[in-house]
Design a protein around this ligand. Structure first.
Ligand SMILES: Cc1cc2nc3c(=O)[nH]c(=O)nc-3n(C[C@H](O)[C@H](O)[C@H](O)COP(=O)(O)OP(=O)(O)OC[C@H]3O[C@@H](n4cnc5c(N)ncnc54)[C@H](O)[C@@H]3O)c2cc1C
Length: 79
């Protein structure tokens, strides 16, 4: 929008920092990890940054996933 004509000029390196990852293990509504056939893997749970497919952000996502995974892991019968 404006010409930058008069010195002194300064430069700053800008590095992108990721706040969230939206890729990861596929999970169902119980936070069970889903295999390539669409079946839950017994005893394996994931959430937040380790899980993919969601679009929620940050710590709220982590807390909700932890609650869901922990509750369901507690209720899952031992193999
Ligand atoms: C710069 C920045 C700012 C952010 N600001 C906000 C914000 O303001 N509000 C918000 O809600 N969210 C924010 N977020 C996002 C939020 O911090 C993350 O979404 C959240 O912390 C992810 O939680 P997590 O448990 O999935 O992963 P993490 O918090 O990354 O926890 C994973 C843990 O696993 C450990 N680990 C890794 N490998 C191993 C291993 N092999 N064995 C044992 N332990 C291992 C790591 O050391 C780490 O402690 C921010 C993120 C960044 C990067």
């Amino acid at each position: 929008m404006y010409k930058i004509e008069r010195p002194k000029f300064y430069a700053a390196a800008i590095v992108i920092v990721w706040h969230d990852s939206y890729g990861g293990l596929r999970i169902n509504r119980k936070c069970q990890v889903i295999d390539t056939d669409g079946n839950p893997i017994p005893g394996l749970y994931a959430g937040c940054e380790a899980s993919g497919g969601g679009n929620q952000h940050g710590l709220g996502r982590g807390l909700v996933h932890a609650y869901i995974a922990g509750t369901n892991a507690h209720e899952e019968p031992a193999a």
